[in-house]
Structures are given as C-alpha cells and as structure tokens.
Design a protein around this ligand. Structure first.
Ligand code: ZN
Length: 191
C-alpha cells in the first residue's frame, strides 16, 4: 500500500474511532493533536523499508531493521505495536507531558497501517515471529491506488453517518478478533 493510502486510511480510522468513542481520549480529544499523531503512527511501520518516507528520514534505524527483519516483518506485527504501547506509557518521561490523545491516535494510526496492509495480497505477519501472514486481499492489481482511496472514503462516509452517541462494544469486538486469530492458528498451524 502507498504512503498516501496509509495516511488516508489512518484519518478515516481516526474519524471512525472518534465516532465509536473507543476511548474517552479519542472521543473528546483535540483534532490538532490526534490528526498528526495518527499520520505519524500510520507511516512508522514502513521504517523497515529504506526507501519509504520514515526509512529515508530515519536511515540509521531503517537499514538495520530492514536487514534483520525484512520489509513487512517485525514492524508489521502485534508484538511491535504492543512494545510501542508499553514504551509510550512506561518509558516516555512524564516531564515531556505528551497529551494522551496524541499517544492514542498515534497507536491507532500504527494499527491502521497493519490493517490496511492486510487488505493487500501479501498481508502481514500479525503474530510475528510466527510466519503465518494475515490478509483479506481486497486491494490488488493495477488500480490498487484507486482501491485504497475508495476504501478510505467509504470508511470516512460510514463514520460520518454513524448516529451521534453510538457506542462501540470495544471489549466484545476484541474478544471476536482474538477468537478469529485462534481459528486462523488452528487452521494453518497443525498441532
Ligand atoms: Zn507497511
């Protein structure tokens, strides 16, 4: 997926998360904090590709990550996202006083990148270091950029039409995702 696709998808995801009020910070956060946070998070996973935008800006990290894990490896996994979340909440010095809405939008942008890459045929190793790749290949072929824009627009339009005050049952959906991952493991990894 292109950087433009990831940026569009992260903003669409942010609008959706805001409407669904997935956390109080995202429901009531400042857009001037949340939009840059989500955009930054949406670009970061591709640091494992030296010619990507974060790869060019942070070559010192990009080259070793790319050599060690390859493109769409570790940085495109749940482990990387969890490490990032722990770093944001445990290791950032409190005196930096980074607002919570920026951090949550950043983490949302990051996970939106993984979901967006799952829409392409090569998928992502969501449960890295397990080799299984997860994908729902909706975007493929020559018109993939149009497909990316189309999905981002659909997501944004759906978010805009959600009734005000609609609350998403976040924990029930997390439970469904965990069950889906279990099924995928049972199907693809014989015991
Ligand atoms: Zn990627």
């Amino acid at each position: 997926m292109t950087a433009e696709g990831h940026l569009l998808f992260s903003v669409a995801s942010l609008i959706m998360a805001h409407k669904l009020q997935i956390t109080p910070e995202i429901a009531h956060g400042d857009w001037l904090h949340m939009v840059p946070g989500a955009l930054l998070g949406a670009l970061l996973p591709d640091i494992d590709h030296p010619s990507s935008i974060p790869g060019r800006l942070l070559r010192i990290f990009s080259l070793p990550i790319s050599k060690l894990c390859g493109h769409r490896g570790f940085t495109h996994s749940l482990v990387a996202w969890l490490l990032l979340m722990i770093s944001c909440y445990q290791w950032i010095p409190t005196e930096w006083a980074i607002p919570n809405d920026i951090i949550q939008a950043f983490l949302l942008g990051y996970i939106s990148h993984l979901v967006a890459d799952m829409l392409t045929p090569s998928g992502v190793p969501f449960l890295w270091p397990l080799p299984q790749r997860f994908c729902f290949p909706m975007i493929r072929g020559k018109n993939s950029q149009r497909g990316e824009r189309f999905i981002a627009i659909i997501l944004t339009v759906c978010a805009c039409f959600l009734p005000a005050g609609y609350q998403f049952d976040f924990y029930n959906h997390i439970d469904m995702i965990i069950k889906y991952i279990h099924n995928q493991i049972d199907t693809h990894i014989p015991t």
